[in-house]
Design a protein around this ligand. Structure first.
Ligand code: CA
Length: 229
Protein backbone atom coordinates (compact mmCIF):
# COMPACT_ATOMS: atom_id res chain seq x y z
CA UNK A 1 0.00 0.00 0.00
CA UNK A 2 1.33 3.43 -0.97
CA UNK A 3 1.95 5.80 1.86
CA UNK A 4 1.07 9.51 1.57
CA UNK A 5 1.74 12.39 3.96
CA UNK A 6 -0.58 15.39 3.80
CA UNK A 7 0.82 18.65 5.17
CA UNK A 8 -2.09 21.07 5.23
CA UNK A 9 -3.27 23.54 7.86
CA UNK A 10 -6.90 23.85 6.74
CA UNK A 11 -8.78 21.14 8.66
CA UNK A 12 -11.52 20.69 6.06
CA UNK A 13 -9.08 20.26 3.21
CA UNK A 14 -6.82 18.00 5.29
CA UNK A 15 -9.53 15.62 6.42
CA UNK A 16 -11.30 15.67 3.06
CA UNK A 17 -8.10 14.65 1.30
CA UNK A 18 -7.35 12.03 3.95
CA UNK A 19 -10.78 10.40 3.59
CA UNK A 20 -10.69 10.45 -0.19
CA UNK A 21 -7.17 9.09 -0.47
CA UNK A 22 -7.88 6.34 2.04
CA UNK A 23 -10.95 5.47 0.03
CA UNK A 24 -8.68 5.19 -3.04
CA UNK A 25 -6.51 2.67 -1.19
CA UNK A 26 -3.66 4.82 0.09
CA UNK A 27 -2.35 4.78 3.62
CA UNK A 28 -2.47 8.39 4.85
CA UNK A 29 -0.61 10.33 7.53
CA UNK A 30 -0.96 14.07 8.10
CA UNK A 31 0.60 17.11 9.70
CA UNK A 32 -1.11 20.40 10.55
CA UNK A 33 1.78 22.82 10.22
CA UNK A 34 5.15 23.20 8.58
CA UNK A 35 7.42 22.12 11.41
CA UNK A 36 5.38 18.98 12.19
CA UNK A 37 5.41 18.19 8.48
CA UNK A 38 9.15 18.60 8.20
CA UNK A 39 9.71 16.34 11.21
CA UNK A 40 7.48 13.64 9.76
CA UNK A 41 9.18 13.74 6.37
CA UNK A 42 12.56 13.37 8.06
CA UNK A 43 11.41 10.57 10.35
CA UNK A 44 9.39 8.41 7.96
CA UNK A 45 9.57 7.03 4.49
CA UNK A 46 6.60 8.13 2.39
CA UNK A 47 5.83 7.35 -1.23
CA UNK A 48 4.58 10.91 -1.66
CA UNK A 49 4.03 14.18 0.22
CA UNK A 50 1.14 16.53 -0.57
CA UNK A 51 2.55 19.81 0.64
CA UNK A 52 0.49 22.97 1.06
CA UNK A 53 2.53 26.07 0.24
CA UNK A 54 0.96 28.53 2.71
CA UNK A 55 1.55 26.89 6.08
CA UNK A 56 2.05 28.21 9.61
CA UNK A 57 5.66 28.19 10.90
CA UNK A 58 7.49 26.88 7.82
CA UNK A 59 6.18 27.33 4.27
CA UNK A 60 5.87 24.49 1.82
CA UNK A 61 8.61 26.07 -0.31
CA UNK A 62 10.95 26.17 2.71
CA UNK A 63 10.21 22.52 3.54
CA UNK A 64 10.85 21.45 -0.01
CA UNK A 65 14.16 23.29 -0.19
CA UNK A 66 15.24 21.94 3.19
CA UNK A 67 14.53 18.27 2.55
CA UNK A 68 16.21 18.33 -0.87
CA UNK A 69 19.29 19.93 0.71
CA UNK A 70 19.30 17.09 3.21
CA UNK A 71 19.18 14.56 0.39
CA UNK A 72 15.64 13.36 1.08
CA UNK A 73 14.18 12.27 -2.27
CA UNK A 74 10.53 11.71 -1.26
CA UNK A 75 8.32 12.88 -4.16
CA UNK A 76 6.46 16.13 -3.44
CA UNK A 77 3.32 17.64 -4.97
CA UNK A 78 2.74 21.26 -3.92
CA UNK A 79 -0.80 22.43 -3.21
CA UNK A 80 -1.14 26.07 -4.19
CA UNK A 81 -4.08 28.40 -3.85
CA UNK A 82 -5.63 30.16 -6.80
CA UNK A 83 -4.62 33.81 -6.82
CA UNK A 84 -1.42 33.16 -4.87
CA UNK A 85 1.30 34.29 -7.20
CA UNK A 86 2.93 30.90 -7.15
CA UNK A 87 5.71 30.45 -9.59
CA UNK A 88 5.58 26.94 -10.93
CA UNK A 89 9.21 27.17 -11.94
CA UNK A 90 10.22 28.25 -8.44
CA UNK A 91 8.41 25.30 -6.89
CA UNK A 92 10.01 22.89 -9.32
CA UNK A 93 13.44 24.48 -8.85
CA UNK A 94 13.09 23.95 -5.13
CA UNK A 95 12.68 20.27 -5.82
CA UNK A 96 8.93 19.70 -6.01
CA UNK A 97 7.84 17.07 -8.52
CA UNK A 98 4.56 18.68 -9.49
CA UNK A 99 1.94 21.09 -8.20
CA UNK A 100 -1.83 21.46 -8.28
CA UNK A 101 -3.80 24.66 -7.87
CA UNK A 102 -6.76 24.80 -5.50
CA UNK A 103 -9.57 24.25 -6.13
CA UNK A 104 -8.72 20.99 -7.90
CA UNK A 105 -10.84 17.98 -8.67
CA UNK A 106 -10.08 14.74 -6.89
CA UNK A 107 -9.71 13.12 -10.28
CA UNK A 108 -6.98 15.54 -11.33
CA UNK A 109 -5.16 15.16 -8.03
CA UNK A 110 -5.28 11.35 -8.22
CA UNK A 111 -3.93 11.36 -11.76
CA UNK A 112 -1.02 13.51 -10.64
CA UNK A 113 -0.37 11.45 -7.53
CA UNK A 114 -0.23 8.28 -9.59
CA UNK A 115 2.02 9.87 -12.22
CA UNK A 116 4.47 11.20 -9.62
CA UNK A 117 4.60 7.91 -7.69
CA UNK A 118 5.13 6.02 -10.93
CA UNK A 119 7.95 8.36 -11.94
CA UNK A 120 9.53 7.87 -8.50
CA UNK A 121 9.41 4.11 -8.92
CA UNK A 122 10.73 4.37 -12.42
CA UNK A 123 14.03 5.88 -11.34
CA UNK A 124 14.80 2.63 -9.57
CA UNK A 125 12.99 0.42 -12.02
CA UNK A 126 13.36 0.60 -15.77
CA UNK A 127 10.75 -2.04 -16.51
CA UNK A 128 7.82 0.38 -16.35
CA UNK A 129 5.97 0.36 -19.63
CA UNK A 130 5.31 3.87 -20.78
CA UNK A 131 2.25 4.63 -22.85
CA UNK A 132 3.64 6.29 -25.96
CA UNK A 133 1.41 6.78 -28.97
CA UNK A 134 1.38 8.76 -32.20
CA UNK A 135 -1.71 10.86 -32.80
CA UNK A 136 -1.56 12.87 -36.00
CA UNK A 137 1.53 15.08 -35.94
CA UNK A 138 2.35 14.39 -32.32
CA UNK A 139 4.21 11.66 -30.46
CA UNK A 140 2.60 11.60 -27.06
CA UNK A 141 3.75 10.00 -23.85
CA UNK A 142 0.69 9.61 -21.63
CA UNK A 143 2.85 8.36 -18.77
CA UNK A 144 5.07 11.42 -18.45
CA UNK A 145 2.72 13.95 -20.11
CA UNK A 146 5.16 14.88 -22.86
CA UNK A 147 4.34 15.59 -26.46
CA UNK A 148 6.68 16.09 -29.37
CA UNK A 149 6.40 17.02 -33.01
CA UNK A 150 9.37 15.76 -35.04
CA UNK A 151 11.43 15.59 -31.85
CA UNK A 152 10.54 19.09 -30.63
CA UNK A 153 8.60 19.56 -27.41
CA UNK A 154 5.04 20.79 -27.87
CA UNK A 155 3.41 22.47 -24.90
CA UNK A 156 0.09 21.00 -23.87
CA UNK A 157 -1.92 21.65 -20.74
CA UNK A 158 -2.81 18.88 -18.34
CA UNK A 159 -6.44 19.07 -19.43
CA UNK A 160 -5.47 18.82 -23.08
CA UNK A 161 -3.57 15.61 -22.31
CA UNK A 162 -6.55 14.32 -20.41
CA UNK A 163 -9.04 15.02 -23.17
CA UNK A 164 -6.72 13.50 -25.77
CA UNK A 165 -6.13 10.43 -23.61
CA UNK A 166 -9.86 10.03 -23.07
CA UNK A 167 -10.52 10.10 -26.81
CA UNK A 168 -7.56 7.80 -27.46
CA UNK A 169 -8.85 5.17 -25.04
CA UNK A 170 -12.19 5.30 -26.88
CA UNK A 171 -10.80 5.62 -30.38
CA UNK A 172 -13.22 4.83 -33.21
CA UNK A 173 -16.12 5.29 -30.77
CA UNK A 174 -18.39 8.30 -30.50
CA UNK A 175 -17.82 10.24 -27.28
CA UNK A 176 -20.53 12.67 -26.26
CA UNK A 177 -19.81 16.17 -24.98
CA UNK A 178 -21.63 15.23 -21.80
CA UNK A 179 -19.29 12.28 -21.22
CA UNK A 180 -16.27 14.53 -21.62
CA UNK A 181 -17.80 17.16 -19.37
CA UNK A 182 -18.64 14.66 -16.68
CA UNK A 183 -15.55 12.47 -16.81
CA UNK A 184 -12.86 15.11 -17.35
CA UNK A 185 -14.17 18.17 -15.56
CA UNK A 186 -16.35 16.47 -12.99
CA UNK A 187 -17.71 18.96 -10.54
CA UNK A 188 -16.14 22.08 -12.01
CA UNK A 189 -19.48 23.77 -12.56
CA UNK A 190 -18.32 26.68 -14.72
CA UNK A 191 -17.42 24.47 -17.64
CA UNK A 192 -19.90 24.32 -20.52
CA UNK A 193 -20.04 22.20 -23.65
CA UNK A 194 -18.77 25.31 -25.44
CA UNK A 195 -15.53 25.04 -23.45
CA UNK A 196 -15.18 21.48 -24.68
CA UNK A 197 -15.60 22.57 -28.28
CA UNK A 198 -12.83 25.12 -27.74
CA UNK A 199 -10.59 22.43 -26.29
CA UNK A 200 -11.19 20.25 -29.32
CA UNK A 201 -10.33 23.16 -31.62
CA UNK A 202 -7.02 23.64 -29.81
CA UNK A 203 -6.22 19.95 -29.92
CA UNK A 204 -6.96 19.81 -33.63
CA UNK A 205 -4.56 22.67 -34.24
CA UNK A 206 -1.85 20.61 -32.55
CA UNK A 207 -2.47 17.18 -34.02
CA UNK A 208 -4.19 17.64 -37.37
CA UNK A 209 -2.31 18.42 -40.58
CA UNK A 210 -5.21 20.69 -41.58
CA UNK A 211 -7.27 21.61 -38.52
CA UNK A 212 -10.03 23.08 -40.69
CA UNK A 213 -10.55 19.68 -42.28
CA UNK A 214 -9.91 17.30 -39.39
CA UNK A 215 -9.20 13.66 -40.15
CA UNK A 216 -8.47 12.43 -36.63
CA UNK A 217 -10.90 14.12 -34.23
CA UNK A 218 -14.17 14.17 -36.14
CA UNK A 219 -17.32 16.00 -35.12
CA UNK A 220 -20.36 13.81 -34.66
CA UNK A 221 -23.13 16.33 -35.18
CA UNK A 222 -25.46 16.81 -32.26
CA UNK A 223 -23.53 14.36 -30.08
CA UNK A 224 -19.85 14.96 -29.71
CA UNK A 225 -16.60 13.63 -31.18
CA UNK A 226 -14.94 10.55 -32.51
CA UNK A 227 -11.20 9.89 -32.76
CA UNK A 228 -10.30 7.94 -35.86
CA UNK A 229 -6.98 6.11 -35.69
CA1 CA B 1 -2.64 26.74 3.90
Amino acid sequence: MKNILIVEDEPGMRMGLKDNLEFEGFSVDYAEDGSAGLQKIRANSYDLVLLDVMLPEISGFEICKTIRKEGIKTPVILLTAKGEEIDKVLGLELGADDYVTKPFSLRELLARIKAVIRRGEQTGNDTLKEEIVTIGKLDINFTTYNSKEKGNDIQMSYKEFEVLHYLWKRKNETVSRDDLLHDIWGHDVYITTRTIDNFILKLRQKIETDSKHPKIILTVHGIGYKMII
